[in-house]
Structures are given as structure tokens and as C-alpha cells.
Design a protein around this ligand. Structure first.
Ligand SMILES: O=c1ccn([C@@H]2O[C@H](COP(=O)(O)O)[C@@H](O)[C@H]2O)c(=O)[nH]1
Length: 291
């Protein structure tokens, strides 16, 4: 008699992005290093303006980040400018970073009508895809509802989204602080919509968060925007090169700072390179400043 082969146990679901992010922040602090290979930074680092220069830049940044920070945020624009070869380097960076235990937030700021949004979500969030990331930045300015396919994909793939709410650039306020008939700002409506979607079922943080600038966080309270609802992760660019300091972050985010805020610094860290020791010192000094 042949015995039936026992059914293999289904693979366990990975923890949600919010759980992974909370763990990474607990282990390594609240710094996200921005991987922004600006033309000037490649020049300053003595690297060529091509895919080879880009690849060397990424290898050095990755070496400095692995084991020291929990999260990196490649700026897709600076890879895209080198065409297919640049995007190949981005794909390699994302895969190597994730294999080294870093979370990767792809800063691609995607946003389109729903049917097209599904294509973007598949490209950036499907596990096994060339550009698979832990989380993606998205723009809600075609209407929050247009992000529905990305919200679904994030849930299906245990990934995260950071929805632009109150961006770090001053020009953003013309749109983001405009008010509707009830006097509620556009950013406030987006924050409320994200908070309603944020799932905190596992531990710590939700998986759908907001981008709120380190330079603009103070405007949230001034305009009645609740950033603490739903324990949304808050990605805060604008620290360092754009002028905001740790005091601005603490004041601007108030009680949300200690539990929800992941601070991005790109040029502020990269300006210390290419010397590995100086890069490491910049990362460690920034981690200390943000503690
Ligand atoms: O509101 C936003 C959203 C995204 N960014 C991006 O973050 C980095 C900031 O770089 P720094 O060199 O630290 O200023 C960059 O990739 C931006 O595109 C942002 O600045 N503000």
C-alpha cells in the first residue's frame, strides 16, 4: 500500500511592511539613506557619468549602509537618466540591498489613472520583479481613489506605500494646503484617507504611510492635519541639504516623531563620500542627531 505524501505546508506569509519597518527602526534608528546619484555627486566622487560610475557609487553606498541603517531610498530619476543601463543598476542595487537585510523604498512617485496604476504597482511591488521594492512612493494627485490598484498590490505582496501629502518643497503648498468647501486641506483629506487604510494588525506601524517633509511638518498641526491617526509611517525628506534639522523634526512632528517618523537624508550623507570612513561617520553622526 502506498501512503499518501503529506501535503507541504503552505509558505508562511512574510510580515507586513509596517512590521518590517518598525523592526528595522528599532534595530537601527530612524535614518533612511537616500541613494541619489546626482551628476555633481558622481563628479565629486571621481566617478564616470555612466552606468559603470553609477554601479561603483551604489556599491560604496551599500557598503556604508549595510548593518548600520535599516532603510535606503533610491531616487529612481537619477538611474532613469542613464536609460536601460541605469535601470539595470537600480535593479541590482535593490536586489543586493534587500539580500543584505535593508528595506528598500523606491522613490518613483508613481501616480496615474487606476488601470495604469495597476501596471506601476506590478512593476515596483511584485516579488520577483526586476524592480521589486519593499515600498513605493506614490502621488495621489489624480485622486486618492486612483491609487486603489497600488493599495491592493501592497496588501497582496506585504509591501508598503508612501503617499505624497505635504511635500518638502515650498511649491507643494499651493496644491496641498488648498481647502475644500468644508475648509479641510487637500493634504488633510489625503492623510485621513491613508489613516483609514492603514493596517496596524501586527505590530507597531501600518503599511500605508505619508510623505511629510521635515521642512513642512509644522504646517500639519497648524492646518489641523492629524498625522498620528492609524499609526501611519511618515517618511520625512528635507532634513540636511534642504535645511531642516533635528529640532525642526521634533517640533514639527510632535509626539509622532518618536514612533512614526523615518527621516531621509540623501545629499547630507553623500557629500561626505567617497571615502568609506567619512561616509560611515556621516551616517553614524546623523543617526545620533536623529535619536
Ligand atoms: O517631499 C519630498 C518627497 C521626496 N523627496 C526626495 O527625497 C530626497 C531628498 O534629498 P536630499 O538630498 O536629502 O534633499 C530626493 O530624492 C527627493 O526627490 C523630497 O525631497 N521631498
Amino acid at each position: 500500500m502506498t501512503l499518501p505524501t503529506p501535503a507541504a505546508a503552505p509558505p508562511a506569509d512574510p510580515p507586513s511592511f509596517g512590521t518590517r519597518l518598525a523592526g528595522a527602526m528599532q534595530a537601527h534608528g530612524r535614518l533612511c539613506v537616500g541613494v541619489d546619484p546626482h551628476p555633481q555627486i558622481l563628479r565629486d566622487w571621481g566617478l564616470t557619468q555612466d552606468a559603470a560610475g553609477l554601479r561603483e557609487f551604489c556599491a560604496r553606498v551599500l557598503d556604508a549602509c549595510a548593518g548600520r541603517v535599516g532603510v535606503i531610498k533610491p531616487q529612481v530619476a537619477f538611474f532613469e537618466r542613464f536609460g536601460v543601463a541605469g535601470m539595470q543598476v537600480l535593479s541590482e542595487l535593490q536586489q543586493q540591498a534587500r539580500a543584505a537585510g535593508l528595506l528598500v523604498i523606491a522613490d518613483a512617485k508613481r501616480g496615474d489613472i487606476g488601470s495604469t496604476m495597476a501596471g506601476y504597482a506590478e512593476a515596483w511591488l511584485s516579488p520577483g520583479g526586476d524592480f521589486a521594492a519593499d515600498a513605493l512612493t506614490v502621488s495621489p494627485y489624480l485622486g486618492f481613489g486612483s491609487l486603489q490598484p497600488a493599495l491592493q498590490a501592497a496588501e497582496q505582496h506585504h509591501a508598503g506605500l508612501f503617499v505624497l501629502a505635504l511635500t518638502s518643497n515650498p511649491e507643494g503648498q499651493q496644491v496641498q494646503l488648498a481647502t475644500d468647501a468644508e475648509g479641510v486641506t487637500v493634504a488633510g483629506r489625503i492623510a485621513a484617507a491613508v489613516a483609514a487604510r492603514s493596517t496596524t494588525a501586527e505590530a507597531g506601524l501600518g503599511s500605508i504611510g505619508l510623505v511629510v517633509g521635515a521642512t513642512t511638518a509644522g504646517l500639519a498641526a497648524a492646518h489641523g492635519i492629524d498625522l498620528s491617526a492609524g499609526r501611519m509611517p511618515l517618511l520625512a525628506p528635507g532634513y540636511g541639504a534642504q535645511g531642516a534639522g533635528a529640532d525642526d523634526l521634533r517640533r514639527g512632528f510632535g509626539p509622532s516623531y518618536s514612533s512614526q517618523v523615518l527621516v531621509n537624508s540623501s545629499r547630507g550623507i553623500l557629500a561626505a563620500g567617497p571615502d568609506a570612513e567619512s561616509l560611515t561617520r556621516a551616517i553614524e553622526g546623523t543617526l545620533e542627531d536623529l535619536r
